[in-house]
Design a protein. Structure first.
Length: 188
C-alpha cells in the first residue's frame, strides 16, 4: 500500500470513529453561544475543503514539493501518533468530552494523563496529524487548508479557555498557569 492511501485511510478511520464516539458523552449543562462557535467552525470548514483537495496530478506552482518515500512514511507515522494522542485524550476525558464548547453537570478540571502535558491534547494531536498530512501533500491547497485548520483550532481552544475560566474559575486559572495550552513542554 502507498503512503497516500494509508493517510487517507487513517483520516477516514479517525473521522468515522470520532463521530461514532460522540454518542458516548454526558448531557450538556451549559454551552458557549452559537455565534462564537460559528466563527471558528466557518474557518475550519473552509480549511477542511482546501485541505481535502487531492494532492495527485498537480504540476508546476500548485505542487511545491513531492516527499520521497521515506519522508512520506514518516508523515504516516506522525499522523498515526497525532490521532493516537487525540484518542488517548478523548478516552481520558471520558464522558466530559463534547464536540462543542460546553460544560457538563459536575464538570471539573482534568489535569492527569495527556491533560498534564497540554490543556488541549485533542487539538495537539490533530495539529500534528494536520501538519504531517500537509508535509506529505506538498500542495498550495494543502498548506492553505492546514493554516486555516490551525487558525480554527486555536480559535476554538481560546474560546474554550474563556468559557472554562468562566465556568471553573480559579481551578482552571491554576491549571492554565501550570500546563501549556497546545505545545508540550512549552512555557505555560
Amino acid at each position: 500500500m502507498r503512503p497516500g492511501t494509508v493517510i487517507v485511510l487513517l483520516w477516514l478511520i479517525w473521522v468515522v470513529s470520532w463521530a461514532a464516539a460522540a454518542f458516548w458523552a454526558d448531557p450538556v449543562a451549559k454551552r458557549a453561544d452559537l455565534g462564537s462557535e460559528m466563527r471558528y467552525r466557518m474557518v475550519m470548514v473552509f480549511g477542511a475543503v482546501l485541505f481535502l483537495l487531492p494532492a495527485h496530478n498537480y504540476y508546476g506552482r500548485l505542487r511545491l514539493w513531492v516527499p520521497d518515500l521515506a519522508v512520506a512514511w514518516i508523515c504516516v507515522v506522525l499522523i498515526a501518533v497525532g490521532f493516537g494522542f487525540s484518542w488517548w485524550a478523548r478516552l481520558h476525558l471520558g464522558r466530559l468530552w463534547s464536540g462543542n464548547v460546553t460544560a457538563k453537570a459536575g464538570h471539573r478540571v482534568v489535569d492527569s494523563g495527556p491533560y498534564s502535558l497540554v490543556r488541549h491534547p485533542i487539538y495537539t494531536g490533530l495539529l500534528l496529524a494536520i501538519l504531517a498530512t500537509m508535509a506529505a501533500k506538498g500542495t498550495v491547497w494543502g498548506i492553505a487548508g492546514a493554516l486555516l485548520l490551525i487558525i480554527g483550532i486555536v480559535m476554538k481552544a481560546k474560546l474554550e479557555e474563556r468559557f472554562l475560566r468562566g465556568e471553573l474559575g480559579t481551578a482552571y486559572d491554576d491549571y492554565a498557569r501550570r500546563v501549556p495550552m497546545l505545545v508540550p513542554f512549552a512555557p505555560a
